[in-house]
Design a protein around this ligand. Structure first.
Ligand code: TMP
Length: 213
């Protein structure tokens, strides 16, 4: 697999952190500049990935899933997404925006489920190879605020991961914060309590600096 670094951006953060409000704004910004954009969500966005998403999040018979199984299912969905959608899009010069990518696995299955970090990182690498985002926006938010926001926003019942405890989501946040420190060149941490317009400005400015200047 050739080294592909261009035009791949990921959005990361806990539940209710505001990623999904900002992604369409960035899409519009890029489209207004005449760019082609593909927005993808993990897990899912391929036939195989959507089946895996259903199993991971909504299947009532999957509540006793082991952390190792969960880890491998997220990686399986991603392996398909990278090869079926992301690499072909990047190869034709399309921008790819991912709502979650392998950093979610480090934060959720590594930091929060407490699977060995070296194993998680090895699997992440095996799955994506050199398909690594140039920029990763981490939406940092205290998990209790994220949960309140997510509750207000949606009338559907919690999925399997959303049902986890506040401690779990605190560990997710700490996992992300460690990543943001360790990978400071790629990560931009955003205070997700700021108003949406100022967050959108920060994102546009970073994208402009990284790609257009
Ligand atoms: P979302 O699309 O609504 O954000 O749901 C995805 C859920 O899956 C979210 O709770 C985070 C979780 N997740 C992981 O635990 N590991 C992963 O690798 C990914 C991509 C998501």
């Amino acid at each position: 697999m050739s080294t592909i670094k261009r035009k791949l951006i990921s959005f990361e953060g806990g539940e209710g952190s505001g990623k999904s409000t900002q992604i369409p704004l960035l899409e519009n910004y890029l489209r207004d500049r005449g760019e082609n954009v593909l927005s993808l969500r993990e897990p899912g966005h391929t036939y195989i990935g959507e089946k895996i998403r259903q199993l991971l999040q909504h299947d009532v018979h999957a509540s006793d899933m082991f952390p190792e199984t969960e880890l491998l299912l997220y990686e399986a969905s991603r392996a398909q997404l990278v090869r079926e959608r992301i690499l072909p899009a990047l190869a034709e010069g399309t921008w790819v925006i991912c709502d979650r990518f392998f950093d979610s696995t480090t934060a959720y299955q590594g930091a929060a489920r407490k699977l060995p970090l070296e194993d998680v990182q090895w699997l992440n690498h095996f799955t994506v190879q050199s398909c690594i985002p140039v920029l990763t926006f981490f939406f940092d938010l205290p998990p209790n605020i994220g949960q309140e926001r997510a509750q207000r926003r949606s009338s559907r019942p919690y999925d399997r991961i959303e049902n986890e405890s506040l401690n779990f989501f605190q560990a997710v946040r700490e996992g992300y914060r460690r990543l943001a420190t360790d990978e400071a060149r790629r990560f931009i941490t955003i205070d997700a309590q700021r108003d949406p317009e100022s967050i959108a400005q920060i994102i546009r400015k970073s994208v402009h600096e990284h790609f257009f200047s």
